[in-house]
Write a protein that binds this ligand. Structure first.
Ligand code: BG6
Length: 508
């Protein structure tokens, strides 16, 4: 595996939750796999005051809690020795001189060659300020070395703010230097969508409107908003999950084969899909967009609170914690094939999967074959948990006559027991270190995605009384979402925790 150039990775918001839970453990795992360069430093920064030593202690605790691989104290210590800290008020451009001084010292000390990654794990309101303040210190444009900036979501709040943010960044960084993170793209199984499609000859000929009846994508979470109520109130499921993660999944399922598996080929194809999304009309807002919010209930004997009772949430909130949308992609491949996408919090289980429903056979010759959805083939790409792939197809039940039954052919990643599955952040951070932006969202794609959701946001804003359906916590969302799939005899797939178990009592 290729090793990145020597560099310094600076994390803004280094004492925050994201850094402790995801970033530091991911970088530690890169270190354990010998994927960091010899000359490397991680510089934490933020308003909180730490010395290098106290920052290391703080991060040691984070590793012990969130890494799960700290058995060798000597290795933990060697890793922690790469960590440094400088305290600055990120909102004050004048303070960046101290950041620059610290970087200069580290650069000299470690011989990192003027290569820098800046990771923005701060509130989005600071993004533009940080970018411009870095530029003020000459730390933005590539010079003798390279500079890259990683931006966490949310990238914008709507189309106008996303465009504004893009413009702010591009004033000081080139597009090639901007890495907009969408952690779904870092998931192994998400990348496997492309491999499944483009390295097997059996799927691609069928992958179009002639053979696919509809596509269904579910991202359900069993957890509620927890302590993120304040953020979520201004976001909701549409902004939090659909505009980014869900639309990226749609793009990977629907894209044309790229010429090569490189950043610009793949990202060009992603943008083309997002540009082809058929805009939703005012009528669609009632029939094709269903929003819901979880209400209190009892889950496995324990009472679960409603969204409105969560900390930081308005007791009369109309923020959606569930969204189900039916839409179309207007291009040659997908014209008139419905895409059904749903995502929500406090649903029965945590599962993300894509279900490709193929057309039924044109003529049924076996009298024992049911003429409904069960008799169609399905390809299920399971993103999480029990990552894998499942194909449903018909087989003869042994015995007299021709009784037909649907059976499963499945592959589970867990069968590859000796293969290490890197976390999404690990993969994405390493890619950025190597200068590979393939799995990061490009500015035009983010804008297109906002362009698609914008009419929904506007409609809700202009029609505050538009239906927001309650659903008891622990159920599959509002009943009204069932009506999105209109075809007779068809429903959403109600997935189990285990990929292949459905249609039977299953563990949630
Ligand atoms: C984040 C959202 O981007 O993705 C969260 O802000 C959500 O609300 C999370 O819980 C889901 O990610 P994952 O990897 O757990 O499916």
């Amino acid at each position: 595996m290729q090793k990145p150039d020597p560099h310094i990775l600076t994390i803004f918001g280094a004492s925050g939750d994201l850094a402790r839970r995801k970033l530091i453990p991911s970088i530690y795992h890169l270190y354990l796999q010998d994927l960091l360069p010899e000359q490397f430093a991680l510089l934490g920064t933020g308003r909180k005051v730490f010395s290098d030593e106290s920052f290391r202690d703080h991060m040691q605790e984070a590793l012990e809690t969130f890494s799960g691989d700290v058995a060798d104290p000597a290795r933990v210590e060697t890793f922690l020795d790469c960590l440094y800290y400088v305290s600055i008020d990120t909102a004050d451009p004048a303070e960046y001189a101290r950041l620059k001084d610290k970087l200069d010292v580290l650069e000299q000390l470690l011989n990192t060659g003027d290569n820098h990654i800046f990771y923005l794990a701060t509130p989005p309101s600071l993004y533009a300020k940080v970018a411009h303040s870095l530029a003020g210190q000459g730390l933005a444009r590539n010079k003798t070395g390279w500079r890259r900036i990683i931006v966490e979501k949310p990238f914008g709040y709507d189309l106008a703010s996303s465009r504004e943010l893009n413009q702010q960044f591009r004033e000081v960084f080139d597009e090639e230097q901007i890495y907009r993170i969408d952690h779904y793209l870092g998931k192994e199984t998400v990348q496997n969508i492309m491999v499944t499609r483009f390295s097997n000859a059996i799927f691609e000929p069928l992958w179009n409107r002639n053979y696919i009846h509809h596509v269904e994508i579910t991202a359900s979470e069993s957890i509620g908003v927890g302590d993120r109520g304040g953020y979520y109130e201004g976001s909701g499921a549409l902004r939090d999950m659909f505009q980014n993660h869900m639309l990226q999944l749609v793009a990977l399922v629907a894209m044309e084969p790229p010429v090569w598996a490189d950043s610009s080929s793949i990202r060009n194809e992603i943008v083309k899909v997002l540009e082809s999304l058929r805009p939703l009309s005012e009528e669609d807002m009632s029939s094709n967009v269903i929003r819901g919010q979880y209400t209190e209930s009892v889950i496995r004997g324990e009472s679960a609170k409603s969204y409105r009772e969560e900390t930081g949430v308005d007791p009369e909130s109309r923020t959606e914690t569930y969204i189900g949308i039916k839409f179309y992609i207007d291009n040659w491949r997908w014209k008139d094939v419905p895409f059904y996408v749903r995502t929500g919090k406090r649903l029965p289980t945590r599962v993300t999967e894509i279900v490709v429903h193929f057309q039924p056979t044109p003529h049924h010759i076996f009298s024992g074959q049911q003429m409904d959805e069960l008799s169609t083939n399905q390809l299920i790409i399971r993103i999480q948990p029990d990552e894998g792939l499942l194909i449903k197809y018909s087989m003869k039940v042994p015995g007299a006559g021709y009784k037909v039954q649907t059976v499963n052919m499945d592959f589970h990643y867990s069968d590859l027991s000796e293969v290490y599955l890197p976390s999404a952040y690990e993969r994405l951070l390493h890619d950025c270190m190597l200068g590979d932006s393939t799995l990061y969202a490009r500015g035009d794609a983010v804008d297109c995605a906002w362009g698609f959701v914008e009419p929904i946001l506007e409609y809700w804003e202009n029609h505050p009384d538009h239906a927001l359906y309650g659903y008891p916590a622990g159920t599959w969302g509002p009943q009204e979402a069932d009506g999105l799939i209109e075809e007779k005899g068809m429903t959403w797939r109600y997935p189990c925790k285990n990929l292949a178990n459905d249609g039977i009592y299953c563990e949630l």
